[in-house]
Design a protein around this ligand. Structure first.
Ligand SMILES: *Cc1c(COP(=O)(O)O)cnc(C)c1O
Length: 392
């Protein structure tokens, strides 16, 4: 294209993209670690973290080198052939998770679809119990397990068999899980729904109820997995053994990838019962192997825990009580519930060089890459504090 300016390209994207995304008026062109740059050369501290896809930061050198090499060797290879990179990746992921099998796919919603199908086929039952405020993705099955009516209603009728219970309420869960239930699906920390962690004991109770009644426990670790909460998985806080774990977002280090880890109670899938053309492609597997290698041989996960605790303690101490209801989260998945709307705060942060996310209308969500330097992290937190204080 000839000589187009940034403004032209913003307009071009508005004209031709689907319309579903409410876009911010900046064009991001480059990333490195926890920093992003726009087309006008402005630099940002990134607390969006690719919406959870950039736990290792942008263009991590180990991921870049792995995909450069793999791109020059072999990119697509359907799963009816064996492939050495996939073999190594599946073994490494299963070992890291302590689970025997894995099904590979390409996104979070696809991992949830797969987990629902696997639960139905493994149990011969149809019921899926999910949580109010839960978010599991936008495809028909994942959407059916999602709570937010605004996401669901335009697309009804949805997949039957889904029910929703109040999050963190064990009694209501005990009523909902029956001998018709294939699985309970839940996020260890509800992300989109406002950054609400499962209370201690809740996941354990879910595990016990599922086991007693012959249902499976599916954990949606798409946002909470891979170090985000200060543990490899978000459920490690509650010491549970899920039957299925849905993964995506950061597992490919920025390359689209999803996975469903399958426990002993699930067993193997019947031959030819499910599948995906791109699932387990060598490019994504090479990226995934590099990600696991970095995560398992660095202190990034522990850092997420200590930095997250320090940041949340600091914010609770220093944010003005007139402006906020609560600071909550786990590790570097941090939610600040404001008394007012979050949108103006996000705009003000962006103007001051900090990019952050909402989680609903009043929650400011911070998902910085785990590689963020202490200097950048505390600078971002100072700017968040000043911005929220000025907003009142
Ligand atoms: C992002 C997300 C999904 C959906 O993942 P996509 O890759 O966007 O389809 C599902 N569950 C949770 C908890 C998520 O955060």
């Amino acid at each position: 294209m000839l000589d187009v300016t940034t403004m032209d390209l913003l307009a071009l994207e508005k004209e031709h993209s689907s319309g579903t995304y409410i876009k911010r008026e900046i064009q991001i062109v480059r990333g490195e670690g926890a920093r992003l740059w726009d087309a006008d050369g402005h630099e940002y501290i990134d607390c969006v973290g690719g919406q959870g896809a950039a736990n290792l930061g942008h263009s991590h050198p180990a991921v870049v080198s792995a995909i450069q090499q793999q791109a020059a060797t072999l990119m697509s290879c359907p799963e009816f052939f064996h492939n050495p990179v996939r073999a190594r990746y599946q073994a490494a992921l299963c070992e890291a998770a302590g689970m025997p099998r894995v099904y590979l796919c390409n996104s979070g919603a696809e991992a949830i679809e797969s987990a629902i199908k696997l639960a139905r086929v493994a149990t011969g039952r149809t019921g899926i119990v999910a949580a109010m405020r839960g978010f599991h993705g936008r495809t028909m099955g994942a959407l059916s397990a999602t709570w937010n009516k605004a996401y669901r209603e335009p697309f009804e009728p949805l997949v039957p068999g889904m029910s929703h219970v109040p999050f963190n309420n064990i009694d209501r869960l005990a009523e909902a899980i029956t001998d018709q239930t294939a699985a309970m699906i839940i996020e260890p920390v509800q992300g989109e729904g406002g950054v609400h962690p499962a209370e201690p004991g809740y996941l354990k109770a879910a595990e016990r109820l599922c086991h007693e009644r012959g249902a499976l426990l599916i954990l949606d670790e798409i946002q909470t997995g891979f170090g985000r909460t200060g543990y490899f998985f978000g459920h490690e806080y509650d010491d549970v053994q899920p039957d299925l774990i849905a993964l995506a977002k950061s597992i490919g280090g920025g390359v689209p990838m999803g996975a469903v880890l399958m426990g002993e109670r699930v067993g193997a899938l019947p031959p030819a019962s499910h599948g995906s053309t791109f699932g387990g492609n060598p490019l994504a597997c090479a990226a995934g192997l590099a990600v696991l290698d970095v995560l398992c041989h660095s202190d990034l996960i522990e850092r997420a825990r200590t930095r997250g605790e320090a940041v949340m303690a600091h914010l609770r101490e220093n944010l003005p009580a007139e402006a906020i209801r609560e600071v909550r989260g786990r590790g570097l998945l941090i939610g600040i519930e404001l008394k007012d709307k979050v949108a103006p705060v996000l705009r003000a942060l962006q103007a001051r060089g900090v990019l952050a996310l909402p989680a609903g209308l009043t929650v400011l969500r911070l998902l910085p890459p785990l590689v963020i330097s202490d200097e950048d992290l505390w600078q971002a937190i100072t700017i968040v504090e000043e911005t929220i204080s000025h907003a009142i």
